[in-house]
Design a protein around this ligand. Sequence first.
Ligand SMILES: Cc1cc2nc3c(=O)[nH]c(=O)nc-3n(C[C@H](O)[C@H](O)[C@H](O)COP(=O)(O)O)c2cc1C
Length: 444
Amino acid sequence: MSTWNGKIHLAQFLVHGPTFHSIAMWRHPRTAAAAYDWTRPQLWQHIARTCERGLFDMAFFADLNYISDTYKGSLEPALANATQAPEHDPIPLLSYMAAATSHIGVASTFSTSQHHPFYAARMWATLDHLTAGRAGWNVVTSINHNQDANFGVKRPSADQRYDRAHEFMEVCRKLWASWDEDAVLMDRAAPRFADAAKVHRIDHEGRFFKSRGPLNVIRSPHGGPAILQAGVSPKGQDFAAKYADAVFAIQPRPEDAKAYRDSVHAHLDSIGRDRRACKILFGMQPIIGATEAEARDRQAEHNALIPVEGGMAILSAHLDLDLSRFPAGTRLAERNEPQLQRLRTRYLASDGTPMAMEEIAQRHGQRVGLPQFVGTPQSIADQMEAFMAHVGGDGFMITPIDCPGAIEEFVDLVVPELQRRGLMRTAYAGTTLKAHLAQFDEAR
Ligand SMILES: Cc1cc2nc3c(=O)[nH]c(=O)nc-3n(C[C@H](O)[C@H](O)[C@H](O)COP(=O)(O)O)c2cc1C
């Protein structure tokens, strides 16, 4: 039975670089015509303002801190195709984008596998202040050996990475809570800036980290940023159930999306956390046309721009497995390598048949396996509504085929259609990212 409350949350997927999910984005004729320059910070302010005009919950940056040599042991395929490389650090952009807007959340990915939690807690609390409670942290554990190589560390197992991530979050939460809400007195006459009895050491000594505390940042508006997450494995879902305010999921088919959502809810139920506390946002790539035929032409134009080699490079990077080792035509759904298990739902065509590796790679290069919704603005709204009705909620992470045109077009053409149907907010009810994510909770 569907539990959908009839409302859709929207987030905008971004990468601080030439390509997002589509590795053709930088080569797309409309991106070229728009003179897309991702090194220009004003572009990101424009995108933030556009998404705020569309009343999105947040603008969200993925982040990887490597250029992958996984495919063929060479940097060449990744650099030739700009397969999510280069990627400039998105975190400095968050306060820049927040300065140009007043409501929209600004979120970024930051891994728990490379840094100390004191550094992360301080940075995210500071960002929460700078954005007045609009900061969101997508907590990841890193997916590729190149990340560990860049930091000169040995790659831990997936289980160890999640164990470390749990402790990382625990330390951050203790540090964010180390200043009581009323600790700052600002008594200039005394002088007594803060009440030392209300600022606490945390004295954390765990398996991975030691931290004495307190944090040297006062309690932030959110009491720490909103927490986002994107894990697929049971351990990843445990993590989401415990900490996340929202999860970003990529599931190509509605039936897989529903199974994933049911599974995250089962994890929430098992620890007694309200299902509404963790929103699930499904990745979706809209391709809009004035007519159905124009939209299909645009889809064909975009999808043909992906070289198989580029698709193989990005898929190899995301799997952390060199696909050049397999014979041409290999069906990944029929292989048992442990690295192939995480992304299994992406190896099937829409009718459920296993696809050949090259076809999966091309689809991965177009959209990292997430569904394309193609049509007029009305038809895209129909498809979004049908997906949500089938899956049960809560919303979408939108990813463009060109930039910034596809983002502007979605906001100008599809958002009004969703609002007309009562599926989207027509105004922000709060000012923080957590408030946006909770806006429709009472409607259930
Ligand atoms: C939709 C999605 C988006 C992700 N985005 C990033 C990212 O931007 N940076 C990153 O380092 N890892 C990213 N990851 C990796 C995950 O956060 C996680 O570390 C990885 O999937 C391994 O955990 P799992 O086995 O539970 O999926 C992403 C994963 C998914 C499913």
